[in-house]
Ligand binder design. Structure first.
Ligand SMILES: Cc1cc2nc3c(=O)[nH]c(=O)nc-3n(C[C@H](O)[C@H](O)[C@H](O)COP(=O)(O)OP(=O)(O)OC[C@H]3O[C@@H](n4cnc5c(N)ncnc54)[C@H](O)[C@@H]3O)c2cc1C
Length: 274
């Protein structure tokens, strides 16, 4: 399909980008373009102005803060995220979700902020960010703020706001991500991410559910373990059936079971690395 007409601007700094986003109806941030450009072609998204944020220094870099929080700049590409030593060491579920995303071309262009902000389909990074207990750092015309990955998945990026970074709390390497990919698109049919903490496991799924969701009921049922496949599947069977949304020729029962199987695998992998 042919792109509809829009204007394009490449701001030199974050403040200019925020002014453009706030001051132009129909303005959208453009990062790697791996979701936005296909969506503009199909008509799933509309834009009057694309504000290209790819050159903003404020959105770059991966570093550890003094309190141990891992700060991942929003422009970190999925390929960089998948291979970065700090991410592999401190947030293996995030690195694995980036590695499972699309193909090498998509991973070389697609960014952390873009995958967190993309809407309309189940995506890989939000579910891993929820399991990791991560927050998104936001910048808007009225200052800086943070939002949990869970809130971001529920409400989307606030209007006229840019994600500047993903903040992953310290919590060790006991995290893992498992995905069953749609064979045609590589998007997740279902994906599960887990992080085992001192308070028990944090578990999130996507694809099988209406959006990326933390499953507190499953977490409570599993408690301190053991996280055997039988226990995990039983914990998923006790979830309300309407939690799992049928789609693409798959039933809610199938997706609920698949979510349990992937979570059992992720917990086994996380325990092996703990
Ligand atoms: C062939 C193909 C296969 C794919 N497979 C997968 C897959 O398996 N799993 C998966 O999860 N995704 C998949 N995707 C989607 C893609 O990986 C991501 O959604 C993409 O990486 C988004 O990042 P981007 O930088 O390209 O964002 P863009 O496309 O530039 O933007 C996406 C959205 O995010 C907004 N945005 C971008 N950056 C910011 C920011 N810093 N702050 C606020 N808003 C922002 C844009 O305005 C837009 O609404 C696939 C895409 C393609 C083309």
């Amino acid at each position: 399909m042919i792109l509809t007409e829009f204007d394009y601007v490449r701001p030199v700094g974050l403040e200019e980008a925020l002014t453009l986003l706030a001051g132009t109806p129909g303005a959208r941030a453009l990062a790697g373009g791996q979701s936005l450009l296909p969506d503009l072609r199909t008509g799933a998204a509309r834009a009057r102005l694309l504000v290209d944020v790819r050159h903003l220094e404020e959105l770059r870099g991966v570093e550890t803060a003094p309190d141990g929080t891992l700060r991942i700049g929003a422009l970190t590409t999925l390929a960089e995220l998948a291979a970065h030593p700090l991410v592999l060491e401190r947030a293996p579920e995030i690195a694995a979700a980036a590695r499972a995303n699309g193909d090498p071309q998509v991973r070389n262009l697609g960014t952390t902020g873009g995958n967190l902000a993309a809407t309309g389909r189940a995506t890989d990074l939000p579910v891993a960010a929820i399991a990791a207990g991560a927050e998104a750092e936001l910048a808007g015309r009225h200052g800086r703020s943070t939002v949990t990955a869970e809130e971001l998945a529920a409400s989307g990026v606030p209007a006229e706001t840019v994600i500047t970074a993903l903040l992953v709390p310290p919590g060790g390497p006991a995290g893992a991500f498992e995905k069953s990919a749609d064979r045609a698109t590589r998007y997740p049919l279902c994906a599960s991410a887990v992080r085992i903490t001192t308070d028990g496991p944090r578990i999130a799924v996507t694809g099988a559910t209406a959006r990326a969701l933390r499953l507190r009921g499953v977490e409570d049922r599993l408690g301190a373990g053991p996280y055997t496949t039988d226990n995990v599947l039983a914990a998923f069977r006790a979830e309300p059936r309407e939690l799992f949304v049928p789609g693409r020729g798959t039933s809610a029962e199938y997706l609920g079971h698949l979510a349990g199987v992937l979570t059992a695998r992720a917990l086994a992998r996380a325990q092996a690395h703990a």
